[in-house]
Design a protein around this ligand. Structure first.
Ligand code: GLV
Ligand code: GLV
Length: 321
């Protein structure tokens, strides 16, 4: 008999058909308490879930006594309580490889748009403000050959180092839990402690997952150690940076600017002070949001779920037994 699953994200037709071949699917909008209440029997029968977003903790798992596999359409899994999944014997599958290059592209786009004020300048042209040749108060700063600091040298950090070093001639510094020989050999990346990374980077690029250890890792004290001319780029998870401290640093000139794809609260409320600041480029968490990559992530998530439900876990598992 096919296993029951709950799908909480709409899939392209061909992927949905593949899922239907292997599973009995109940599709719902999300994993909110309202949805859980409205579809209580589907959740209580489900052996698998597939989607993105929502919060899966011990409370949630009480409603899913048969759950064996959770497959998230993301690389990040900070919305899952992995200890609670382990206690309940649930495997967590994610999509760590397919989005690497696309997220690195997004980070480079944030570096370039922050330094060269791309978004602001394009808006000025559209607003009819380009009347004569531009004055120095419209100039940006160079990207090429500046120091790029990477906090968190995982797959995405490595792909960013490749772009920045080979494409833009940027020296690479990095800090991570452990040294990364490949980054050092291929892109001449230099490992340093966090204080050195903060003090020396012209662009501080954060590519860390959110964990208890990385929550508010960058706060007032750390921002104060950065160069006044430095730009902070965050495309990992918002809460790695203390957003109130960042706003203060951007307002009082502690640092020069920020390019942000992730925020403490998403969607970013329109009332956020970040949106008042000229030196901020804010994107709506589009790190992996291309047609090709989002399709690839959905496909990997479907394959991951089917493989794990049939007991064949070879890759993409957060908590293999
Ligand atoms: C996106 O933020 C992801 O975790 O895939
Ligand atoms: C993250 O990639 C780390 O190693 O710190």
């Amino acid at each position: 008999m096919k296993p029951n699953i709950v799908l909480y994200k709409s899939l392209p037709d061909d992927l949905r058909a593949r899922l239907d071949e292997h599973c009995r699917v109940t599709e719902v909008n999300d994993l909110s308490p309202e949805t859980l209440a409205a579809h209580a029997s589907a959740f209580s029968e489900a052996e698998g879930i597939l989607g993105s977003g929502g919060k899966v903790d011990a409370d949630f798992l009480q409603h899913m006594p048969k759950l064996r596999v959770a497959s998230t359409v993301s690389v990040g899994y900070d919305n899952f309580d992995v200890a609670a999944l382990n206690d309940n014997g649930v495997l967590l599958m994610h999509t760590p490889t397919v989005l690497t290059e696309t997220v690195a592209d997004t980070m480079m786009a944030l570096v370039l748009s922050s330094a060269r004020r791309v978004v602001e300048m394009a808006e000025r042209v559209k607003a009819g403000e380009w009347q004569k040749s531009i004055a120095p108060d419209w100039y940006g700063v160079d990207v090429h050959h500046k120091k790029l600091g990477i906090l968190g040298m995982g797959r995405i950090g490595l792909a960013l180092a490749q772009r920045a070093h080979l494409g833009f001639g940027m020296p690479i510094l990095y800090n991570a839990r452990k040294q990364h020989p490949e980054a050092e050999q291929r892109f001449d990346a230099q490992y340093c402690d966090l204080d050195t990374l903060l003090a020396e980077s012209d662009f501080l690029c954060i590519s860390l997952p959110l964990t208890a250890q990385t929550h508010h890792l960058i706060g007032r004290e750390q921002l104060a150690k950065m160069k006044k001319s430095a730009v902070l780029i965050n495309a990992g998870r918002g809460p790695v940076v203390d957003e109130q401290a960042l706003i203060a640093a951007l307002k009082d000139g502690t640092i020069h600017g920020a390019g942000l794809d992730v925020f403490e609260q998403e969607p970013l409320p329109v009332s956020s002070e970040l949106l008042q600041l000229r030196n901020v480029v804010a994107l709506p968490h589009i790190g992996s949001a291309t047609h090709e990559t989002r399709y690839g992530m959905a496909k990997d998530a479907v394959d991951n779920l089917i493989a794990a439900l049939s007991g064949k876990v070879e890759k993409n598992c957060v908590n293999p037994r």
